[in-house]
Design a protein around this ligand. Sequence first.
Ligand code: SF4
Length: 410
Amino acid sequence: MIRAAYAEDFRCIGSQCEDGCCEAGWRVPIDRATFEKYQTLPAGELRTLIYASIQRTPQDAGGSVPETHAQVQLTPQRRCPLLDAGGLCRIHAELGESYLSRICATYPRTVHTIDHMKETTLSLSCPEAARLVLLNPSLLSQTIDRAVPFGWHETAASSAPVREFFWPLREFSIRLIRNRAYPLWLRMFLLGSFCRRLEGLAHGTLGRGVPTLLGDFSAAIASGSLRTSMDVIPASPELQLDILLELVRIRIEKDYLPPRLRETLSAFASGLGIATGETTEDRAARHARAHALYYAPFFARHPHILENCLANTILRGLFPFGERSLDPAARLEPALEFAQLATLFAVVKGLLVGVAGFHRESFSAAHVVQTVQTAFRHFDHCPEFLGQAVELLAARNLNNAAGFTMLLRD
Ligand code: SF4
């Protein structure tokens, strides 16, 4: 199977990190087992600090769940109070890794168990993980070369529940995202069409089995027969930029804007002339220029970067079923999973175009890593953002094939 084997290569760079997770202003949950371990610590300065820094989570805010039993109280600067002057974790340094809470011990890794198989993936919200994932031109090549195509008994498989096809559906999605016969935005369009049909199949409104859907779609992609339906969807640069700005606004209206997010948004806004109060048409023209002169040439030279970004998000997010893959009773919603993936990608891409316009000829991989990492940290990790963003698109009647295509097309 295609796996995120690269996650094993991740190593935290600690105090060398340019955007440390312990200074991100995040709520840091302490699981019940770790909290109880802290109650057995011998008296001393570190125990006093731990007791002063950690509080039980109120019941209505998740305190009854073992994973969020307690919470670290951040300093007024939104840092973890358990960092020493050199930016290192005192619990890790003085008590060892076994005393870290589950979240501190695993971040930026996410561990899922599906079909009794454990899988570790990485969050791009960590700068070092983002470098490891985005900059490797052959990130998934080995695992894809070794993967054996799934086989099944046609008659039995055509009536099997959609949920049982999680692995081949995820592999199909990754192979499609890496298929350079189509520009990336068209690959996303195809993935969206596929997910909508899959949703119909999951809810019994399409009278076919997953193997037939996969077979038909793969054949259509190979033959290019779907291109005609994509070509008729009109481009609307002004509307695309307008939606992008609304999506960004959802996030910046939250209470706290960390310095790195402010820096990225300021480069994005300057790159598109937003800071100077230009008209919508002028901004759209600047957006088109930044895209044509700086963004597109850079990603033509480095096509793997955005493919890796999407493939990693698909792997980490258990696409196309998301967390619902883990709950046998949950209703599967692949169209919603696609909507969230496409919205996040539209934000990442939009920010990158603005940042490319700001840095112009000097736009580099380092700028891409910073922009993508910042977007994942402050948009993907913002608990309400994706839900509100999808609601916004629905309210403007853009939560459909034409809407997402308009949002993503070059
Ligand atoms: S963000 Fe990543 S590299 Fe930086 S301190 Fe956290 S885990 Fe380590």
